[in-house]
Design a protein around this ligand. Sequence first.
Ligand code: HGY
Ligand code: MN
Ligand code: MN
Length: 396
Amino acid sequence: MWRELAPIGRDPDTHGYRRHAWTPADTDCRAWFRDQAEARGLVHELDRNGNQWAWLGDPAQGDAVVTGSHLDSVPDGGAFDGPLGVVSAFAAVDELRRRGARLTRPLAVTNFGDEEGARFGLACVGSRLASGRLTKAQAYELRDADGVSLPQAMAAAGHDPDTIGPDPERLARVGAYVELHVEQGRALDLSGDPVGIASAIWPHGRWRFDFHGEANHAGTTRLVDRRDPMLGYAETVLAARREAALAGALATFGKVSVEPNGVNAIPSLVRGWLDSRAADQSTLDTVVTAIEEAAREHADRAGVELRVVRESFTPVVEFDHALRDELNRMLGGRVPVLGTGAGHDAGILSGALPTAMLFVRNPTGVSHSPAEFAAEDDCVAGVLALADVLEGLACR
Ligand code: HGY
Ligand code: MN
Ligand code: MN
């Protein structure tokens, strides 16, 4: 399965992935998912929001045990973030069959669409739509860098955008969702464990900072006459690092766009995207407020206008305690329980149903990079742990 999926959307030079929502690479990943489902006799279903479900048993029975993750990636992402959870879910179904497990609850493997929000800027679109945390109207407002709207992109990929919206009946049939994911950090490497269980997800969000200045000639405009937005942006990046360090939080400007982006032209507009995360909401609020205040001061000093727009936000997630502890018991009771700053569909769905996560050791902790890696032995340990959990939950 891994070898069949690996070449899809991989950049030949960087070996990073560009599996962005509703692009041909995404379509190919979806075709791979469907093939895997049908090869196992699972009933494939595409829900109104473009999420994929592969059913074993009758979903109408309700109280289903569901496991999966996402197949889309960040720009130049790694091979494991998302796909490890989906491949492990199918492999865990194979393992349950090898064990002759007798399911008493329906089981499903899922691929939630557009988890990374790489193209339209909002994380977890598929699970937010399904859980009603993103409305159809809000989804219709989303645009990619070329101005293509989400509905246009969906339609171009063959999915009818008119059907998107909350899916409460579907989620009501799910009794538990367990997502296996490569760890995006080194806690398991440091503790020497192949598998861990998630406790919580930090609150986190994405803010777009628009610095509007005055385009002019780089070679003839005196420094004192300039209204250069690049200065406002550059000072804000440094301020973000200072404020995050002060508060023990995280702040990253990883994406910037410059108009007109000419070597010999003072920009008219510089857009910078801030990703900020912290262990609790008040710290996050403090850091983002401080960064925005610093940005306004620097913008004023540079004589430029600043507009800040929050594009994505996920409040703190505490995973379901009973399910978390049940998973730990099923895995022998000595599995590390760890928090994470990375968002996941399991976090978005935690408001609608009991969810849990299993993490698989990442020896370097690196993620959102072609260098992301997990050892095969640890991936197999993850599949066996997931199979133990699915057997424990679905074979009562
Ligand atoms: O950005 C995140 O936390 C996740 O990878 N979507
Ligand atoms: Mn990710
Ligand atoms: Mn992920």
